[in-house]
Each structure stands twice: as structure tokens, then as C-alpha cells.
Design a protein around this ligand. Sequence first.
Ligand code: NAD
Length: 300
Amino acid sequence: MTKVGFIGLGNMGVPMAGNLVKAGYDVTGYDLLPANLEKAAARGVKSAESADAAAKDADIVITMLPAGKDTIAVYEKTSVLSVAAPGAVFVDCSTIDVASARRAHELAAKAGKLSLDCPVSGGVGGAEAATLTMMAGGSQEAFEKARPVLEKMSRKVVHCGEAGAGQAAKICNNMILGISMIGVCEAFNLAEKLGLSHQALFDVASTSSGQCWSITSYCPVPGPVPNSPANNGYKPGFAAALMLKDLLLAQEAARSAGVATPMGAEAAQLYQLFVATGNGGVDFSGIIEFMRGKTSAGQS
Ligand code: NAD
């Protein structure tokens, strides 16, 4: 039976690891926080006392950690790369900077292991329902070997290219999302001032050239899309702090590649202000309230 080591059992890791148990895999997990280990254990994930114990003899080692420094710390400061089974694939599903992702691939290659950077899109809801989109960077061999396991957590798995390509796809996608959400919020604010109803703008824009996911699936005003966070006091969903993280990663990548992304920079600035005024835990679509001059989104 394929043995999976799962390191980082937070909001995303617990349901992802749980879905692998449901699919019949032997999953051993580790997290720094005992409470998170318990949550995973309730879904059938075996608890390990260290990252090394989770990775021991594993065929696939998945990490789902906050940032690049955390992935590098696990790869560099523990023995996970040497204790996993020969031929094991290391899959980092965290959203991290492209440079750290490439460094993680180098460390894995040095230890004779296969590796993928494989960030995900779809949030906690997608992790629960196993409907994530997963975007992988790394060799064809690593991708083919990991694919059956990745498919148990997702609706779509895309091999984006070589090392770092998964992270590149993730930050480009989320830069589009951050910019488009701000555009949609501006349009709804303007429509209100012009006496146009939310529903009227939605009916037109969702079926014409202004159409985008931020309107059709995640409309930032209550009403037109009944399950969007706007109908639930802007509870996340996708927290503004995570959107800011991804926009800053995109800016870092743009700087290092020498590419101008002025709209991405503007979106990062707006989300920075939104988060700095105490809205980090608010859904990212709540920025519409901030644009109306309210400092606290969720409390309209
Ligand atoms: P989280 O903070 O809930 O979980 C991260 C977990 O990693 C925590 O439980 C923490 O204790 C653990 N951890 C940190 N360092 C560790 C170490 N050295 N060893 C073992 N465990 C360690 O975060 P999350 O919401 O699950 O997100 C995880 C990653 O997925 C992030 O990179 C995030 O950007 C990305 N992501 C999140 C979402 C979302 O909606 N939450 C969506 C897409 C992508």
C-alpha cells in the first residue's frame, strides 16, 4: 500500500490528509501543534512525534506549511529527505516564493529524491470536498508518480512545467483574482451611487464582457450569489491576509524577473491597507466595505 507522510496539518492539511485516508492510503501526519494532530487523528491520520517519523519509509511526503522558510526548514533541518522510501516523491503543496520552491527541489535532488512544487487553489471548502485545483512544477517522472495521490484531493491536477512552475502559476492566477476583485468592488460601488441595483449590475456583467469569477462565483455584495461570503458578514472563504500574502509573492517574483505589474502592485497596496486596519481575518471580498470608507468590513 502507498504510504503517505503529511507534514503541516492546519486548515488545509487536515482535510487534505483526511481525504487520502478516505481513499484508502496509509497516512501518517505531523504538525507542531498537538491540537492539529488530534484533528487529523479524528479523520484517521496516524500521529507522528516528528517530521522524520511521519516521513519514515513514505512513498509520498506532502508538506502543507505557511511559507517558504517553513518548507526549507523541514527539508534542510530534519532528516525527512533521507528517511523516506527510496524513490519517494516530495510534494510541497504550500504557497511559497518561487526561489524557495526551486531551493526545495535542489535539496530533494541532492538527496536522490523526486520532488514537485504543487500549490493548490480552492480554499478550505475545496480541500474538504476534494475539489482543489493542483498546479505542479517538476519532472514528468515525479508528476506521474504523485498524480494518483494528488487526484484524490482534487478536481484537476495540472503539470505546469519544471521546478517552480506550479508556484508561478499560483501567484499569476491569484494576482488576476486580487485585481479583478478590486475592479468588481469599484464597479458595484459606482453602480450604487448611480442608482443601479446590485442585481441589475450582476445580471448584465455576469453575462457580458465584464464577466469574471469575482462576479459570477464570489460576488462581493449580498444577494446575487447566495453562497458568497458577502451574504455571511464577509467571513472567509479566503482571508484577506492570504490574498495579501499571494499578492506580495507575485510582487517579489515580478521584481526578480524584472517585469512591470502595476495593477498587481496597486492591488497589493490596497490589500496591505485593508489588512493593516484589522481586516486580515475578513474575506478578501470584504474590501468593498473598506472602499466605501468603512474601516471594519464584516460590521456594516
Ligand atoms: P495553517 O496555518 O492553518 O496551517 C499550517 C500548519 O503548518 C500549522 O498547523 C502549523 O502548526 C504547521 N507547521 C508550521 N511549521 C511546521 C513545521 N516545521 N513542522 C510541522 N508543522 C508545521 O495554514 P493553511 O490555511 O492550512 O495554509 C497552508 C498553506 O496553503 C499556506 O501556504 C497557504 O498560503 C496555502 N493555501 C491556503 C488556502 C486557504 O484558504 N487556507 C488556500 C490555498 C492555499
